[in-house]
Each structure stands twice: as C-alpha cells, then as structure tokens.
Design a protein around this ligand. Structure first.
Ligand code: SF4
Length: 373
C-alpha cells in the first residue's frame, strides 16, 4: 500500500477577509447540504478504484472556513473517509477553524470525529487590526475558543498570524507574538500580507486608499518573529512555519516533498502518479456533480522545478540523494549552473547531502525559486 494524504476543501466563509483570494464564498449557507452530498460522492468515486492501493497518512480539511459548517457535517465527512479507506492509526488529521465560528460542542464534535489537530486563524492580537482586515472575530473569541480546544483535549494546535498589515506597528506584532507564545501552541505560522488581485485590499490599493509596508520593514518584522519564536522554543522549519519539537505539519510536508495527495471538493488539486489534477472551480457545476477536472501529466522539467522550489521552502532544504531517488538523475546534471551560482553568491548553502537557503537566500527566495522553474 502507498502512502496518501487527503485534502478536503470547504469553500464557505461568513465574510470575505479583505486580503483573501482563496476559493471561498459568503452567503451560501443554503448550499451546505448539497455541497456535502457532492463531496461525499466524489470521495466514494475515488475510493471505488483506489481504496485498496493507499494508506491515509494525513487528512486536512481546509477552506474557506470548515468550522462554519453546523455540528455533524465534518463528522459525516470524517466517517466517510474512515469507512472507505485504511487510515493509519497515527494519522495527522487537521481542521482549519475561524474563532468566530466555533463553540465548545463543535470542538468536541471535531475531537469525536478523530480530528487531532486544529489550525486557528487569528492573524493579529489587536481587535482594531482584526476589524481593519475584515476578520469576523475578536481576540476574546479567539481566547475563549483556544481554552475550549485545550479543555476538549487537543494537544496539537496551530495559530496563523500575519504581519505587514495596514496600520500594524512593530509594537503590535511584538505584542501578538509574545501573547501567542504565552498560550504555548505547538505550531505557529506567520505570513506577510500579499496584495492579491480581486480582493478588497487590492481595490483599495488601486484607489490609493491602502498603504503597503515597505520591504525593509516587512523583513524586520519577519526577523523579529524568528527571534521571539526561537527564543521561546519554536523552530523555523519552513519559510513561514514554526513549531515545537516534532510538531511539524506533516500534511504540508507532503506538499513540500512532492508526496502523493488527493484533493476533494471545489477547486481542490491532487498529485497522483505524476499527474496534477484540478477539480472544477465552478460552484454550481460541482454541486450538480459536473466536476470537470483539469488533468496535467507533468513533464520531467516541471517535476524537477517543483522538487526544488517546494523543497527549498523547508529550512533543512533538499537532499540531493532524494532528487536522484525521485527522478533517477543526478541533480547536478540538471541544475549545476544555478546551484553553483547561488552557492557562490551566498544564497544557497551546501551541507553534505543537503542544499538549503541561507538567511539572505530566504529574503530573495522568490527570485531563487523562479530560477529553478
Ligand atoms: S476566513 Fe479564511 S478563507 Fe475565509 S475569507 Fe478569511 S482568510 Fe479567506
């Protein structure tokens, strides 16, 4: 049996946050049930031909806001997976949750559904900032739910944070980091605000109503996060992700190391047998069982570049021997010029079998990744 990860997409949110371009919609509560039916059907169809081939190592229910669904919906999805597939007894089973959509009973129901990891979107510790970026919750709601999550017995919790937000000061971000560290979550993600087309922030920026952080200040906040989090026992194991020992997100590592995963739900993507499959992103088509998928058979060049730019996101970097194992070709026969150039300029570090980004390499990681594409 081969290892497989499962991603489930729930495309619903209470409101759209001002920075978010994820595939999610507000105001579609009347479709929750129809969506669940289509989703369960998609899972069943995949299972018909594949259930005996795979053992499920990680499950990730993301979105959107999976926690917006009423109690019982997530349980129905979890039960379907458990009834159809062989799930590893040490499975990492994560759900993303918005603190404005949780309550004790819902959290308890997650636990009863075999979920063992919760990823909470907080973003900032100041209510003024939460309002400014369109979040639906307050810091008080976050704290209440965090307490409930612990009370219910979850011992693997991630908190998502953002920096370089409009009107956020260095003091705000420092306060956010210090207060979250006191709660002692096992995992913390910190993302810099990126202006995405189609978002409210993008429109505001176009009209001159939004001032963006400059790069220098953005980098300063990033290094402040590394400094504060490392002093408090968190390791930076990926450009944006920190964790306590042995608490890396196994599901995301699946993506970064190009292991196989299947995505179910609107717009979800999969990587199976070196094919990239992307579900329809047309909501009406999906709920009416017309899931026209895009299937791309990946060319070798494409796989090589994915290996490089995904793997280099991790601070331990990539293993040259893994490149050989995956593709049966020496990494230097493909990327010698680029690797030598970046080592010489100090952006890449070679340590035995490993190649990883240096500190200054992380600062220009997008430039480096683009050279491997
Ligand atoms: S709750 Fe999450 S998915 Fe929904 S709009 Fe906000 S950031 Fe996007």
């Amino acid at each position: 049996m081969k290892d497989l990860s499962i991603y489930i997409h729930i495309p619903f949110c209470t409101e759209k946050c001002f920075y978010c371009d994820f595939l999610s919609f507000k105001g579609k509560e009347q479709y929750f049930e129809q969506y669940q039916i289509a989703l369960l059907k998609e899972i069943e169809q995949f299972a018909i031909f594949n259930k005996d081939k795979y053992i499920i190592k990680t499950i990730f229910i993301g979105g959107g806001t999976p926690s917006i669904l009423p109690i019982g919906y997530i349980e129905g999805i979890a039960n379907k997976i458990y009834s159809l597939f062989k799930v590893d007894e040490k499975v990492e089973f994560t759900i993303e949750a918005n603190p404005g959509t949780l309550c004790y009973n819902k959290i308890k129901n997650f636990k009863d559904s075999n979920i063992n990891r919760i990823s909470l979107g907080l973003q900032a510790y100041q209510n003024r900032l939460l309002k400014k970026i369109g979040r639906i919750h307050t810091i008080e709601q976050f704290l209440q739910n965090y307490e409930n999550i612990r009370k219910v017995g979850f011992n693997n919790v991630n908190v998502d944070l953002m920096f370089s937000l409009p009107s956020q000061t260095e003091t705000d971000f420092k306060e956010t980091l210090n207060n979250i560290v006191k709660l002692n979550p096992e995992h913390i993600s910190t993302y810099s605000l990126i202006l995405e087309e189609g978002t409210k922030f993008y429109n505001m920026y176009e009209k001159g109503e939004l001032e963006l952080f400059n790069d220098e200040l953005d980098r300063k906040l990033y290094y402040m996060a590394i400094d504060i989090l490392e002093k408090n026992g968190y390791n930076l194991y990926e450009i944006s992700n920190f964790c306590k020992p042995k608490k890396q997100c196994k599901h995301n590592i699946t993506y970064w190391t190009r292991k196989e995963y299947i995505g179910f739900g609107l717009g979800a993507s999969s990587l199976i047998d070196e094919k990239r499959i992307i579900n329809t992103n047309n909501f009406n088509d999906y709920i009416n069982f017309k899931n026209n998928r895009e299937i791309e058979i990946l060319e070798k060049r494409h796989m090589y570049s994915e290996f490089m730019f995904l793997g280099l996101r991790m601070t331990e970097g990539i293993k040259k021997s893994d490149f050989y194992k995956q593709f049966n070709v020496d990494i230097n026969s493909i990327y010698k010029t680029e690797i030598d150039k970046f080592i010489k300029s100090g952006f890449l570090i070679e340590e035995g079998d490993y190649l990883k980004l240096s500190k200054k390499g992380i600062d220009i990681s997008n430039v480096i990744f683009s050279e491997f594409i």
